[in-house]
Design a protein. Structure first.
Length: 367
């Protein structure tokens, strides 16, 4: 990945949501390892400082246990007891801080990328087994990325050195006096000094990791930029080829035309606008709860519906607002909404009164 060279390669468009999502599914996310390392150092160090009395008691018990049995226990005969005690103290000392370290690592990754579970980064790729020392050296040493990582390492070493020097310098007199102080006081002082030094270094590295994360995120988004051709290809893939879509629309119009020729003669009435819109309604009380739209169209299609209705002696009623409303709100094959019952009932009542028939729906609507 070349830094900020996307425009030089013709990739001038921002990454789409689809490409970002696919990259995330593959485990490619913006993440700073410096932040993971800083949190992995700070949180366990803080936990160790809080649990210092517990660790002091456990270490004291362990030392007393092993030193008290150093001359009385036969390791060849009582090895099981010694082994059991060793693993017991090992768990007591290692498990709490190890658990905190695992939680810190998970938390530092979660605040950067959120919840993400993917096996793609650890999927075996046998093409990577073949050593490519030239590419490795070019990427890690003879590249801007290699120089940047080297600079980060040097800065971290400098931060640790400066903080260690300033912290130890302030307590140098007490350190020199450790030769004359009691053993436990010396251990307590050195332990507290070490914990304080670790926490100060971790806080400084955490502050250093924030700009690194912003830089890594910018580099990540830059690497995902797309060319105009890639944007077009992705749009075609997601929305479909425009040529195919136009053919599908043409095919749909043909099917609608065929169905219209079959459905309009069955209609009870055609409501028009009078020439811009036409909506054919069919009503059979035995199998329908309300009249359905059997055909509809505008402009040329509306004229065709009128022509078919006239050829098959289907009543045509001009009602401009009703025709426009039905065309906009009701799809072909759907029943009319209840808010149009009154208007449709009046139309059907007029049609059936003209033909001398009775409409149950017209009676229900008027009621």
């Amino acid at each position: 990945m070349q830094w900020f060279a996307a425009e030089d390669e013709g990739r001038t468009e921002e990454a789409s949501e689809y490409k970002i999502r696919k990259a995330r599914e593959e485990g490619r996310v913006a993440k700073s390892q410096e932040l993971v390392g800083a949190m992995g150092l700070l949180i366990p160090a803080a936990a160790l400082a809080i649990m210092a009395p517990y660790y002091a008691r456990t270490l004291r018990e362990m030392v007393i246990f092993f030193l008290g049995r150093a001359t009385t226990v036969d390791i060849t005969r009582d090895g099981g007891i010694v082994s059991q005690a060793f693993f017991s103290y090992f768990v007591k000392l290692a498990l709490p801080i190890a658990s905190v370290a695992v939680i810190a690592a998970l938390f530092s990754n979660f605040i950067q990328v959120g919840f993400l579970f993917t096996l793609k980064p650890i999927t075996p790729d046998f093409s990577r087994i073949v050593p490519r020392f030239g590419q490795y050296l070019k990427k890690t040493i003879f590249s801007m990325e290699g120089l940047f990582n080297l600079a980060k390492s040097l800065i971290k070493v400098a931060i640790i050195g400066v903080i260690a020097y300033m912290t130890i310098r302030n307590d140098l007199d007490r350190l020199m006096a450790m030769f004359t102080t009691p053993f436990w006081s010396s251990v307590t002082f050195i332990g507290s000094l070490a914990i304080r030094l670790i926490i100060e270094v971790a806080v400084a590295l955490l502050a250093f990791s924030v700009p690194d994360y912003l830089f890594q995120r910018r580099q990540y988004l830059e690497g995902l930029k797309m060319s105009k051709e890639e944007v077009k290809e992705e749009r075609k893939m997601q929305e479909g080829d425009p040529l195919v879509k136009s053919r599908l629309r043409e095919r749909m119009r043909e099917l609608l035309s065929r169905n219209m020729a079959a459905n309009v003669p069955k209609a009870d009435v055609v409501i028009t606008n009078p020439t811009h819109y036409a909506v054919a309604l069919e009503w059979e009380r035995e199998r329908m709860e309300a009249p359905i739209v059997s055909a509809k169209g505008m402009d040329e299609v509306a004229l065709r519906i009128r022509k078919i209705a006239e050829e098959n002696e289907v009543p045509i009623v001009e009602n401009r607002p009703l025709a426009r409303a039905l065309y906009a709100d009701v799809e072909i094959g759907d029943a009319i909404p209840e808010k149009y019952y009154g208007a449709i009932a009046a139309v059907l009542a007029h049609v059936y009164s003209t033909s001398g028939e009775q409409s149950a729906f017209a009676e229900e609507g008027s009621a």
